[in-house]
Design a protein around this ligand. Structure first.
Ligand SMILES: Nc1ncnc2c1ncn2[C@@H]1O[C@H](COP(=O)(O)OP(=O)(O)OP(=O)(O)O)[C@@H](O)[C@H]1O
Length: 305
């Protein structure tokens, strides 16, 4: 079992009488990418702010790198990189100058680190361009570069792929995967883009209205539901008849959008295709759908069918 990096025990945060977080228990281990999922206002940022020392819990405890005393936790925070909301960027300065400011703030003397993090987030070629001319995606990447400056062993990233285009999202995924796999960095990441989190994270924690409702590993997610064959066709009745009567298949369903689904292990895909084509049915699409984080989440919070 790898080292515990962060552990929360009964963490609560109240704003007035409103609970932003209630009785949170969770553990994040070295080298894992932990996807933190919840609706707007669920409490994700609040937990991250607690880790960053920006907010104090109302009750409960947490440890960081095994440290739980206030002074020791503060020391331990030096080993963490944070991207919580957008960091303050000086818009009249370029990327290098902004990073230089944070180096001074963190007491990082090694100037070559600036070039390394700029390269890591693909901003090396921005030259003297001022941050005021940056796109949202470039600002996000500069924010990530700031979080990487201190060579963190734990990264806390609140919606780091917000505003990135598909290439930017893929680049960030590659950076994070590399950090976790090659350097054993633990990563806590929140995002509303669940399809991307599913590609990235090895474990998922679900929070709903301030309560931690479930945790599941990537492999448990894959085992949570059978993958399905999905058929889109203009000859729905004929296809249903073939599947039920000729192929004697059970467990066939029709979705609201008219797609026919059946368990992928009930028939060989090639056999299915050849029978359907033999009957000259009009096929608009046939694909395999794997268990999906979005469906899992919707079901979990009672929003799915
Ligand atoms: N400073 C504050 N004062 C009062 N209430 C707050 C404060 N900060 C957060 N809250 C409340 O705490 C709850 C949790 O907010 P939080 O920002 O942690 O949610 P979130 O899961 O990060 O949401 P989002 O996905 O929108 O970022 C919300 O109801 C929010 O309104």
């Amino acid at each position: 079992m790898s080292t515990t990096i962060f552990e929360a025990n009964g963490l609560c945060k109240k704003y007035g009488s409103a609970h932003a977080l209630q009785d949170i228990h969770m553990t994040i281990r070295q080298g894992e990418i932990y996807g933190f999922i919840g609706e707007n206002g669920a409490g994700k940022t609040t937990l991250m702010r607690i880790i960053g020392g920006l907010v104090h819990p109302s009750s409960g405890q947490f440890s960081l790198f095994g440290q739980s005393g206030a002074r020791q936790v503060n020391q331990a925070r030096r080993r963490v990189g944070f991207l919580i909301e957008m960091p303050s960027l000086y818009s009249h300065l370029d990327a290098e100058e902004n990073l230089g400011f944070y180096c001074r703030m963190y007491g990082i003397k090694q100037r070559s680190r600036i070039g390394e993090v700029l390269q890591a987030v693909s901003l090396s070629d921005t030259g003297r361009k001022r941050v005021s001319g940056y796109s949202l995606g470039m600002r996000q990447r500069l924010g990530l570069a700031i979080a990487l400056l201190n060579r963190p062993e734990f990264l806390v990233l609140d919606e780091p792929i917000n505003g990135l285009d598909p290439t930017g999202i893929m680049e960030v995924r590659q950076i994070l995967e590399q950090l976790a796999q090659e350097q054993g960095v633990a990563i806590l990441i929140s995002s509303h883009i669940l399809s991307e989190l599913q590609l990235l994270a090895s474990r998922f924690g679900f929070i709903h209205r301030g309560r931690f409702i479930q945790e599941i590993s990537a492999s448990e997610l894959m085992a949570s539901a059978k993958s399905k064959i999905c058929i889109q066709t203009g000859s729905k009745d004929t296809v249903l008849q073939i599947l039920r009567e000729q192929l004697s298949l059970a467990d066939i369903a029709v979705t609201e959008s008219g797609e026919i689904t059946l368990p992928s292990d009930s028939i060989d895909m090639e056999q299915l295709m050849s029978v359907l084509l033999e009957h000259r049915v009009r096929l608009e699409g046939v694909h395999l759908s794997a268990p999906n984080l979005e469906h899992y989440y919707m079901k979990l919070i009672g929003g799915g069918k």
